[in-house]
Design a protein around this ligand. Sequence first.
Ligand SMILES: Cc1cc2nc3c(=O)[nH]c(=O)nc-3n(C[C@H](O)[C@H](O)[C@H](O)COP(=O)(O)OP(=O)(O)OC[C@H]3O[C@@H](n4cnc5c(N)ncnc54)[C@H](O)[C@@H]3O)c2cc1C
Ligand code: FES
Length: 276
Amino acid sequence: MNPYEMQRARIVRIYRLTDDVKFFQVRPYMGTEVCELNYRPGQFMMISLPGIGEAPFSISSTPSRPGLYEFCIRKVGRLTEKIFELKENAVIWLRGPYGNGFPVEQMEGHDLLIIMGGLGAAPLRSLLLYALDNRELFGKIYLLHGARTPDDMLFREEFLELMHRDDLVCLLTVDRDDTGRWPAYTGVVTELFRYVKGIDPKNTYAAVCGPPVMYKFVVEKLVELQIPKNQILMTLERRMKCGIGKCGHCAIEYIYTCLDGPVFTYWDVLHMKELI
Ligand SMILES: Cc1cc2nc3c(=O)[nH]c(=O)nc-3n(C[C@H](O)[C@H](O)[C@H](O)COP(=O)(O)OP(=O)(O)OC[C@H]3O[C@@H](n4cnc5c(N)ncnc54)[C@H](O)[C@@H]3O)c2cc1C
Ligand code: FES
C-alpha cells in the first residue's frame, strides 16, 4: 500500500473555539462508503488541501466514539488560513493516523493526571474522553487545564460541564479573568496541584501537553509528587513533512518524532534535551 495514500473526508461540523482556533468534525469516506477509523489517543493525521499544502494535526476525538475524526486547528499560516475559510460539507484530504499515541493499555488500572494548556487540549481531549468512555478501566482521574483568559480556553463549555461529574476531578484555571463571571480558579496551572489529593504516585500516569514554558514547571510538580519518570508522558511537536519517517524533517539524532513520538516519557526527554 502507498504510505502517502490520502483519504477524502467531508467536514460535517465546524464551530469556533477561540478567536484563532476552530473545531472541525470530519467523516472520512471512500465512494459512498464511510471508512472505519482505527487510532489511539495522542496520534495525529496529516491534513491537506490540494495546491495549498499539508500539515500534521492532533486527533481530538476518541476512538471509543467511532465514525468521526475531530480536530482543533489554530490559524497560523497558509494552510490553516484556507482551512478556516472552508464551510460544512467541504472536502479535505487526510493521511494517517501517524505517531505512537498514548500507551493506553499500559495506563489502564492506573490513576491519571491530565494536564493541558492552550492548544495542548487538542491531543489530551482524546485521552480524556477515551478514559471517561472506559471509566471502569482507570483509577482516579484529574484534569488540570490552564488558559490565559476564559475566552482563550479551548472546549471551555465542555470542560465546565465536567466539573459537575463525580467520577473525575476537573480543575480549570485562567491566568486572568476580566469578566467577573469565571466559575473556576484563577492562577497558573501549576497552582492547581495543591488540589490533587489521594493519588498513589507509583500507580499514576501523568500526560502533559501545552506551550513549551509549561513543561518545565509542570514536570517539577510531577517529580515532587514522585510520579515515576517513565510514567510522565509528554506530547511534543516538531516541524514535520512526511509523517512516516522518510524525509528526516523531524529527526533529532536517531529519533524521528513522527514515528517515535509525538508522545515521549520524561526519561526520553532527560536523555535528549533537544526534544523540548
Ligand atoms: C504532531 C503535531 C500535532 C499538531 N497538532 C496540531 C493541532 O492539533 N492543531 C493545530 O492548530 N496545530 C497543530 N500542529 C501544528 C501545525 O501542524 C502547524 O501549525 C502547521 O505548520 C500549520 O500550517 P500552516 O501552513 O497553516 O502554517 P505554516 O506556514 O506552516 O506556519 C506555521 C507557523 O510556523 C512558522 N514557520 C513556518 N515555517 C517555519 C520553519 N521552517 N521553521 C520554523 N517556523 C516556521 C510560521 O511563521 C508560523 O508561525 C501540530 C504539529 C505537530 C507536529
Ligand atoms: S516528518 Fe518526515 S521523517 Fe518525520
